[in-house]
Write a protein that binds this ligand. Structure first.
Ligand code: GTP
Ligand code: MG
Length: 200
């Protein structure tokens, strides 16, 4: 896919204030600091479109970006941010799940997993919750530049094995590095394919 234009549309705390659902939409979700905003910037080849930070908890709202005047990318707050106050976390959780369960043009959720770690309970629980709600998702392993290929492959294998204890199959998955622009073409191709099946 050729990227012509990526523009910021809006930030909102309530999915009901999202833009009209007239184009296919893709949301990026994952633990705080996993690299959601960085991945969006890498995909659209603009280092500053989505706000990133070394400190977890940077993205706090539902951020809509419009790509090629044809589809939406959505940057969401992270889950599992242990240091945030409980009430704050509960508010983000509700905001995220209200969005995920009600946004009618949402084609697919990209769940980001830090490739450096063995399977984490928060990620597995989040994925199980998506499954229960029948929300389609793909997996995106992030920060692949930070570890060697052997460990990366081992962690992916272990993630798949762990998932297969509760799931019958593994969804499509991508190995990415925002730093090295790894996985960009593959992700854009997946989105392009999904765009074809969007019904207004
Ligand atoms: P929240 O909005 O706080 O939930 O975080 P986020 O998931 O949006 O993460 P963000 O994109 O802000 O990145 C967090 C930190 O990880 C930043 O310091 C990024 O520079 C770094 N980072 C993200 N992706 C990569 C990557 O692929 N490689 C490396 N080396 N660093 C990365
Ligand atoms: Mg972010």
């Amino acid at each position: 896919m050729k990227l012509i234009e990526a523009k910021f549309i809006q930030s909102a705390s309530d999915y009901r204030k999202s833009p009209q659902p007239l184009m296919p939409e893709y949301a990026f979700i994952g633990r705080s600091n996993v690299g959601k905003s960085s991945l969006i910037n890498m995909l659209v080849a603009n280092k500053t479109l989505a706000k990133t930070s070394q400190t977890p908890g940077k993205t706090q709202l539902i951020n809509h970006f419009q790509i090629n005047n044809a589809w939406f990318l959505v940057d969401l707050p992270g889950y599992g941010f242990a240091r945030a106050p409980k009430a704050e976390r509960a508010k983000w959780d509700k905001m995220i799940w209200d969005y995920l369960t009600n946004r009618e043009n949402l084609m697919c959720v990209f769940v980001l997993i830090d490739i450096r770690h063995e399977p984490q309970t928060v990620d597995l629980d989040f994925i199980d919750a998506l499954g229960e709600k029948e929300i389609p998702f793909y997996l995106v392993f992030t920060k692949a530049d930070k570890i060697g290929k052997v460990t990366a492959d081992a962690n992916i294998d272990l993630f798949k094995k762990t998932m297969l204890m509760t799931w019958t199959k593994i969804p499509p998955y991508f190995v990415t590095s925002s730093e090295k622009r790894l996985g960009r073409e593959e992700l854009l191709k997946a989105i392009e394919d999904l765009n074809q099946s969007f019904k207004k």
